[in-house]
Ligand binder design. Sequence first.
Ligand code: G6Q
Length: 561
Amino acid sequence: MDNNYTTYDEGLMNSVATGRAWRALIAYSEKNKSVHMQNLFARDPDRAKRYSALFEDIYLDYSKNRIDDEGMSLLLDLAQECDVAKGIQRMFAGEHINITEDRPVLHTALRNRSDRAVLVDETDVMPAVRKVLSRIEKFSNAVRGGRWQGHTGKAISDVVNIGIGGSHLGPQMVTEALQAYAQSGLRVHFVSNIDGVDISRTLQTVNADTTLFIIASKSFTTQETMTNAHAARDWFLQQGATEADVARHFVAVSTNRNEVARFGIDTDNMFGFWNWVGGRYSLWSAIGLPIVLSVGFARFSELLAGAHAMDEHFRRTPLEQNLPVILALLGVWYINFLGARSHAILPYAEHLRWLPDYLQQADMESNGKQTNLHGSFVDYQTGPVLWGSPGSNGQHAYFQLLHQGTHLVPADFIAVVNPSHDLATHHELLLANCLAQSEALMLGRTLEQTTEQMRADGYDDDTIQRLAPHRVFDGNRPSNTILLRQLEPRSLGSLLALYEHKIFVQGLIWDINSFDQWGVELGKQLASEILPELNEGPAQGRNTSTRLLIEYCRSQTDKKH
Ligand code: G6Q
């Protein structure tokens, strides 16, 4: 589709939903929506061989999806019609594809391991990227080696990263994921919430003279981060340190040198990045500093290399074999043609416990959009509600709905073949559960099978008749399974880049800008208006609901401070 329409009405008329491929998919979905995956496997016993791929140490099985070759080829037609291949090239070429902020989108440059230049407005950004990486390497080696010392001459034992959103979720998730590679003796903490509980309970566990604070904020003006950063500095000074000691204990990661200096951090201790790195895509930049401090620069480089390998796959592989494209199209299939509204991320790996939170931001902030690139409201669904938590815990909680609920919830099961611990039985149980769940979701259990099973278990006919319907699973519930041979920096880097690009491809299909986040603005603006009203009372014209809530808070506040 040639996206050169410019007005609101033209945008609507040229909606992807009016295109040939979209209409063909609607017709296909009407014909095929009740086809059971069991039949797809029966018709095509080798299906899983064709609907799977190996990318280095990552095995992706997408055979448990409600789609056949005809459906896949129609989805690929849709990708062609939306010019996905051109969209990918435009991103790597540094075009200003973030049109509402007039910026290129080049987090891929941060992990570019090749000799290729990456041009932003005709300037190669790679020398600057390498320079920051080399400063990070030096600094992290000094901290980890005990040469960077606190103001009393002791080595650093604790790192506290203060940041929120994109300056928090990625580093926290990767640091946890790579715990097996962490340097013992250096603890890394993360503080993000404006709820004072977060910073105060963290400060209770550290000593001022051996703690390094990283203030991570692209803008260095984010209310939550700056409030927590000031609280940390006040606490630090109350512990007997002086203003002059701040430089040994506070470093900044930011794009805003002036604000960093204004806060009182020596700009020699600032690690920069650039406005072409979106917050939720920034863990590959200096925002990854806590990761480097935890696992060391060499491991961080492997993470970058893994992501780069996926970038190369993404930009060079034909659409039909391109893993991010395949995952994106399957997601579009469920959302736009089978009515799914959410997508579950189910890592069967405790070390990946923050992955759902991280992907929640990556996906929902990127594709939770209602306006297309031409300013029209879209007339189709866009990004799903993304949610999840580590297995097997979820099996004892919300899996009931996944198996027998009325919603269609496609899921990604993510597991690691070789664990980082010696508890072999635990790990086999974990893996068996993961594989069993996706199979159960796919197969289900018919009334006849249930009846037969209950009869074999010795139930009488009355009980069978009464209970069997409750024990039926209709199955046909789709999932992808992603197996990492091992949870190591390289495979993790590839996995994360796989999801980043999946999200981007979906944005291309939905004709939206995946790289801005205007939806978070209004709440922020209202919070600053309401803040003084908590003391002074609600402003004239405030709606009754918020007015009464403010008044209730005011009337019930204990006046102890
Ligand atoms: C991410 C968003 C958002 C951002 C935070 C923190 O893409 O832009 O989550 O990362 O609001 O912003 P700062 O890094 O500027 O503090």
